[in-house]
Every structure is written in C-alpha cells, then in structure tokens.
Design a protein around this ligand. Structure first.
Ligand SMILES: Nc1ncnc2c1ncn2[C@@H]1O[C@H](COP(=O)(O)OP(=O)(O)OP(=O)(O)O)[C@@H](O)[C@H]1O
Length: 290
C-alpha cells in the first residue's frame, strides 16, 4: 500500500440469506487510488450495487457480509477499518468521508423544502460551527459548482428539471468535501446530453477537489470515456481490473472481451480510442460512444 491509495478492499463477500442463498459478491479484492475514477462494469445482477452498498455498510437483511475487509486510508493518515465502525460512526463517515449518489437520487429531495434549505440542513447537522451566513455562502457556492446556480437557492425541487435535481444531489454529496463519492447509475434516468454534461463536470470536479469516484453502470462505452480504471464483475467475482485504455484495447479476460463485443458502438474501428484531460469529449469525438 502507498499513500496514493484511498481504499483497500480485501476478499469482500456478501450473501443474500434467502433460499437458496445468493452469493452476490464473492471474494472481491481491489484498491482504489486517491483521485481516480474507477468504473465498475458488468451485466445486470453481477453484484455491483451489492458491493457498493456493502462497502458503505448500507445493506439490510437478508444481505450478510460473510467475509473480507474494507479499509479507508484517511487523508489524516489514519486507517479506518469500515467493518469495525459502530452505526453512528459509520453514518458520520458516510457524509463526511464517503458520500453516495444513487440512481433516482433526484427523487430523494424533500418536495416541500427549498433546495437551499436542504443544503443548509447538511451543514447544520454536520458542521455545527458554521454561521448562518457561512452556510448560505457555501450552499450557493455548491450550486454554482454543479452548474445549477446560486440563484436557485430558493427553488423547490418541482421547479427544477430532472438533470438539475440530480445536480443538486451531487452538490449535497459534495457538501462536506468527501474523499470518495460512490455513484450508482447516477445519471441513467437522464437525457444523454445532460448525462454527458454532468459526467464531464464530475470529472473536472474531482481534478479540482481530488476526491475519488467509484462509478457504477452497465453502460461500458460510457465507463470507457470517463474512468481511469475499470473493474469488471461477473457473477459476484471481479474478473479483471485495468486502465480504461487497456480494457478497451487488450482486455485479458474472455468475459471482458465478450462484454465489449456486446456494445455495437465499440466493435467497429479499433485504435481510435483517445483520452485526454477532457476525456469525455475526446473519446466522444473519437467515435467511441454510441
Ligand atoms: N434483497 C435481495 N434478496 C435476494 N437476492 C438479492 C437481493 N438483492 C439483490 N439480490 C441478488 O444479488 C445479485 C446481485 O445483485 P445486484 O443488484 O448487486 O447486481 P447489479 O450488478 O448491481 O445489478 P443491476 O445493474 O441490475 O443493478 C443478483 O443475483 C440479485 O438477484
């Protein structure tokens, strides 16, 4: 392990204790680096969501973590074994150090409270020392950062489009400057253009703020665009983990190659996969996407 690592997952396993039991995550080991976007790919049902929720200790019965560890290497230098945190500590950890944006999160906003107030609540609960003016300033700044704009502080969720509401959720996830953001299909419900814009922004934000992202989707072309590395899961197991470029050009595992081949947009001309600082744009221009 080096200082560049943020999270070390070792032999992590989760079973749904139903009849017959479902071994949803089997013996998964991986290391997440500080500041990287790690894409988690694989067909529906391969265990992506279960792994993400398991790491955040958000699973409910009948799910049981049957083995393994997840250790968070905090920027303070402290190593935090997530399995050893109590419920309260884990809740604080989730806001403070590792936030989550899930599919349909935009519908999780409170419909009868303005978005400014909802952002304010995050600070009132978790940053008790902040003054009212500071909270307001910070909430406005966050709305600017995610492209909603501080003039929307007084808006209610129903006054915003789906894309705007999802951006608000991303602002909330960013509010306490976490070191990790786990995003589970955060943009699938949105229009493709809006989706791209938001992802582009997340990529820029992580460069600015230095947080890591675990990004889950079964949209492999999209992952190839935005991820630094991609982890491929199949039937609960991690079959391959490598840079997006190597996954695209020379995937080692036959299943990864099969998965790539199932996206018509990726099977045409090879060799035109370009990545730069504006990864999403360059890859799109290179014709990698659908
Ligand atoms: N509450 C549950 N009870 C029993 N089995 C479950 C439960 N939740 C999920 N599973 C099973 O666990 C396995 C992994 O599911 P999971 O949702 O983690 O996969 P996924 O890769 O995230 O799929 P998707 O992309 O469709 O969300 C699947 O076989 C699923 O049927």
């Amino acid at each position: 392990m080096t200082n560049d690592d943020l999270l070390t997952v070792s032999s992590f396993s989760v079973t749904y204790d139903v009849e017959p039991p479902v071994e949803a995550v089997r013996d998964v080991s991986l290391t997440l680096r500080r500041g990287e976007i790690l894409g988690l790919a694989g067909e529906s049902g391969c265990g992506k969501t279960t792994l993400a929720y398991g790491l955040q200790r958000l699973l409910k019965p009948p799910a049981v973590i049957t083995g393994g560890t997840a250790v968070f290497h905090d920027e303070s230098g402290e190593d935090i074994d997530l399995g050893l945190l109590g419920e309260e500590e884990m809740r604080a950890f989730r806001w403070d150090k590792a936030s989550m944006v899930f599919q349909g999160a935009m519908n999780a906003l409170n419909p009868v409270t303005s978005i400014g107030r909802q952002l304010d609540d995050v600070f009132t609960t978790h940053r008790r020392g902040m003054s009212r003016a500071e909270r307001r300033e910070e909430a406005g700044k966050l709305l600017d950062i995610v492209g909603v704009g501080r003039d929307r502080l007084k808006s209610y969720p129903h006054e915003l489009s789906g894309g705007m509401r999802q951006r608000v959720m991303i602002a909330m996830a960013l509010a306490l400057k976490p070191q990790l953001m786990i995003m589970d299909e955060p943009t699938t419900a949105l229009d493709v253009l809006v989706q791209r814009e938001i992802l582009q922004q997340i990529s820029e934000l992580r460069t600015e703020f230095g947080f890591s992202v675990i990004f889950i989707t079964h949209d492999l072309p999209l992952l190839l665009e935005i991820s630094d590395r991609i982890a491929v899961m199949r039937a609960g197991r991690l079959v391959e983990i490598d840079t997006a470029e190597r996954i695209y050009r020379q995937a080692k595992d036959p299943y990864t190659r099969k998965l790539l081949a199932s996206f018509p947009s990726l099977t045409g001309e090879r060799g035109d996969f370009v990545r730069g600082t504006g990864a999403a744009t360059s890859a799109t221009q290179a014709g990698v996407t659908a």
